[in-house]
Design a binder for this molecule. Structure first.
Ligand code: GDP
Length: 232
């Protein structure tokens, strides 16, 4: 019987623990700070999940859909902030981290190299980072930088959840076949224990509960911290 998450959903209608996805108030997300590099990130307190993807992959829209807050996505798109790591607080000890979009041909090589070092370091060194949501346009998955991000995450033993975004752009059959192909690829590279995938559409709000359920799993606070937190 297949038991990995990557295999359990042939589509987005998997069984989701509805009570778990209400345990985090994603719509309360609020911008907290921006950092130009990993070294200037806020202190390692609590837990965080990061969102990454090529520019234009639909990352802002996905964060926006997840949090039901158009302003939040706009925050990361503010000129001057697009190359920054943007932090959004869900609670005192839980954060969403919006990483700069990558894959822009226009970015000078030196900057690209530095950014790559930064990203891989962030994935390896940031102890409070519990998982990476990697966004790929369903029509062009696994481009060069996507594969690079995926391999850095896997090298860092970092769980990855892939969103095949803009799923509404394809009919259900081709969308599912792309998802299955991606899962097959994850198996082939020996990543099925760390990487899961789903289709997602911000436009149709399809796949939001699966994403929330994954994030709740990653952002769960250790019991003792939670007691302390609830006792406040
Ligand atoms: P980012 O650069 O990764 O933050 O991407 P955006 O969220 O800004 O999206 C890039 C473009 O794709 C915009 O024109 C969005 O309107 C569009 N887009 C994003 N998500 C969806 C989606 O689910 N369906 C469709 N059809 N278009 C989308």
């Amino acid at each position: 019987m297949p038991n990995s998450n990557a295999d359990s959903n042939t589509d987005n209608k998997s069984s989701i623990d509805k009570s778990a996805i209400h345990s985090i108030h994603f719509n309360k997300a609020a911008f907290s700070t921006s950092a130009p590099s990993i070294r200037q990130c806020p202190p390692e307190q609590g837990v965080e999940v990061a969102f990454a993807g090529r520019s234009n992959a639909g990352k802002s829209s996905a964060i926006n859909t997840l949090t039901n807050n158009k302003k939040l996505a706009r925050t990361s798109k503010t000129p001057g902030r697009t190359q920054l790591i943007n932090f959004f607080e869900l609670s005192d000890s839980q954060r969403i981290v919006d990483l700069p979009g990558y894959g822009f041909a226009k970015v000078p090589k030196g900057m690209k190299d530095e950014w790559q070092r930064n990203l891989s370091e962030y994935l390896r060194e940031r102890k409070c980072l519990k998982g990476l949501v990697l966004m790929m346009d369903i029509r062009h998955p696994l481009q060069k930088y996507d594969s690079m991000m995926l391999s850095w995450a896997l090298e860092a033993d970092m769980p990855v959840h892939i969103l095949l975004t803009k799923a509404d752009k394809l009919k259900r059959g081709p969308a599912q076949s792309t998802l299955l192909k991606l899962r097959k690829h994850l198996k082939e590279i020996g990543a099925e224990h760390l990487a899961t995938a789903q289709t997602f559409s911000s436009l149709k709000r399809d796949g939001v509960d699966i994403l929330k359920s994954k994030l709740c799993e990653w952002l769960a606070l250790p019991e003792d911290t939670q007691d302390e937190y609830e006792g406040e």
